[in-house]
Write a protein that binds this ligand. Structure first.
Ligand SMILES: Cc1cc2nc3c(=O)[nH]c(=O)nc-3n(C[C@H](O)[C@H](O)[C@H](O)COP(=O)(O)OP(=O)(O)OC[C@H]3O[C@@H](n4cnc5c(N)ncnc54)[C@H](O)[C@@H]3O)c2cc1C
Length: 439
């Protein structure tokens, strides 16, 4: 039961991984915390639910893979709650569509030196980031250029470029010419400066889906969660602030963590207004509109893997069902304007571009872009925007701290590890503010 007359130490807006972990950590430190979540579930861009027509088969439609040896914050959470993980098995069959040719290897042998040149360029640029330090604390602003501009000096041949572009679209969710290479490079740094680890390093998943972790965090801390409370206004005064929800509820708090996707920050009315820099940075959406389809297939060797320039830029195994069918994930982007991920026939055509004998039994999909509380997938910036965005969003703002993977200035930004990293930082700032304001 919410005590409307009470002044909470902290109001947290947004019940994704960042918001939940921040609320939990503040409770652990003895603070009173209320968490407002606009929808009726926790997790935001983490979303596990049964596959269409298969009530016992849970599928992760959003965040899925982790690497516990490279991601210390995820590793801590997993061991704290004793959560079981499953390691992906190697693919049972592979197909690549690069340079206009369907092939069983990523590129023709004659292009191997070109691919090596491209990987070396990625690696060398990634060495300029320093994992463990904010990406904006090192002089890397000149790397905030488009993916096209980054590779242009190499004059890469078609198949190599198709392979690299497929990696970019899967991760970036849009056309490589329109995306900054900055986040890709920081991630190569996170992956030990190994660009080829980009798609082979995150191979562990949560048994039973990722919501297991979020539920454990809330149960453990006793954080008060208010579902269907969409924050619409944050009014700051001299001694505290009031958060107003769309259902008329108003809650008083001393400090506030805003842990919502960057695309929806502008729908909250901040009074007084946020700094001009922040207002400018959240005025329009970032570029990424990724699509992740869950596809039940048959007539396909187990655990397929595909990558290339066709409609799906990557296909990988989801879950073997043991009845001759398997759920696979197909990754694409809304920039293929004419594609409807719910259209079984169309999805089948796209799968057959890599695996001609495959039969698609059913397709399922969660439209993160159509969800007004998320409005997109993971933040990828326009060229020239990434460094500025991270700098500005992490600047102090009286009584308000932003959190969430979109604003995380570690090398793990965009991933779940980034959500945890941003939350840890926000908790540190808020704890300091609470001490300062009560001193
Ligand atoms: C398709 C897809 C695949 C992914 N795959 C991976 C992967 O394999 N591995 C990995 O590490 N990461 C992956 N990610 C990224 C990962 O899911 C995110 O990094 C992480 O979930 C972000 O957490 P967050 O707390 O920052 O934000 P979110 O999860 O977006 O949480 C924000 C919350 O705020 C709520 N909200 C919004 N506005 C308001 C408001 N006004 N008032 C109250 N509540 C509000 C939303 O409903 C939401 O619950 C994937 C993401 C997607 C979309």
């Amino acid at each position: 039961m919410t005590d409307l007359d009470k002044t909470y130490d902290v109001a947290v807006i947004g019940g994704g991984l960042a918001g939940v972990s921040a609320a939990r950590d503040l409770r652990d430190r003895g603070h009173s915390v209320v968490l407002l979540e606009g929808s009726d579930r926790l997790g935001g861009r983490i979303f596990a639910r049964p596959f269409k027509g298969l009530p016992d088969v849970s599928v992760d439609f959003g965040g899925t893979w982790v690497n516990t040896s490279m991601q210390p914050l995820i590793r801590n959470e997993i061991s704290r709650y004793g959560i079981a993980l499953k390691e992906d098995s190697d693919p049972g069959c592979s197909a690549f569509h690069t340079g206009g040719v369907l092939r069983s290897v990523p590129i023709p042998a004659r292009e191997i030196p070109d691919l090596q040149r491209a990987l070396t360029r990625l690696r060398d640029a990634s060495l300029r980031f320093t994992p463990g330090h904010a990406v904006t604390s090192v002089p890397v602003r000149d790397l905030d250029i488009s993916v096209d501009d980054f590779f242009a000096p190499l004059d890469l041949p078609a198949a190599t470029r198709d392979l690299l572009d497929a990696m970019v679209v899967v991760y970036g969710g849009w056309n490589p010419g329109a995306l900054s290479v900055f986040s890709f490079l920081s991630q190569v740094a996170a992956l030990g400066n190994e660009p080829d680890a980009f798609y082979g390093a995150l191979t562990e998943r949560f048994v039973g889906g990722l919501h297991v972790l979020l539920e454990a965090m809330v149960a453990d801390s006793g954080v008060e969660v208010l579902f269907r409370h969409r924050a619409v206004a944050v009014e700051r005064g001299t001694t505290g602030l009031t958060v107003r929800a769309d259902n008329g509820v108003a809650l008083d708090a001393r400090e506030c963590i805003v842990a919502v996707p960057s695309n929806v920050i502008r729908h909250i009315d901040f009074m007084p207004s946020l700094s001009l820099g922040k207002v400018k940075m959240v005025a329009e959406n970032h570029m990424s509109r990724a699509i992740k389809c869950a596809i039940r297939v048959r007539n396909l060797a187990p655990r397929p893997f595909a990558m290339g320039s066709r409609g799906f830029h990557m296909i990988c195994s989801g879950k073997e069902l043991g009845d001759g069918t398997e759920i696979v994930y197909g990754f694409s982007s809304e920039y293929h304007m004419d594609f409807d991920p719910r259209d079984r026939e169309r999805v089948q055509d796209w799968v057959r571009e890599y695996f001609p004998s495959a039969e698609v039994v059913e397709v399922d999909f969660h439209d993160f872009g159509a969800d007004p509380l998320l409005d997109g997938t993971y933040r990828i910036d326009r060229p020239g925007e990434a460094f500025e965005f991270l700098t500005v969003m992490n600047e102090p703002e009286d009584r308000i701290v932003f959190a969430g993977t979109d604003v995380d200035d570690s090398v793990w930004r965009t991933w779940m590890e980034g959500a945890l990293s941003s939350s840890r930082k926000a908790v540190g700032v808020v704890t300091e503010n609470l001490h300062r304001h009560t001193a």
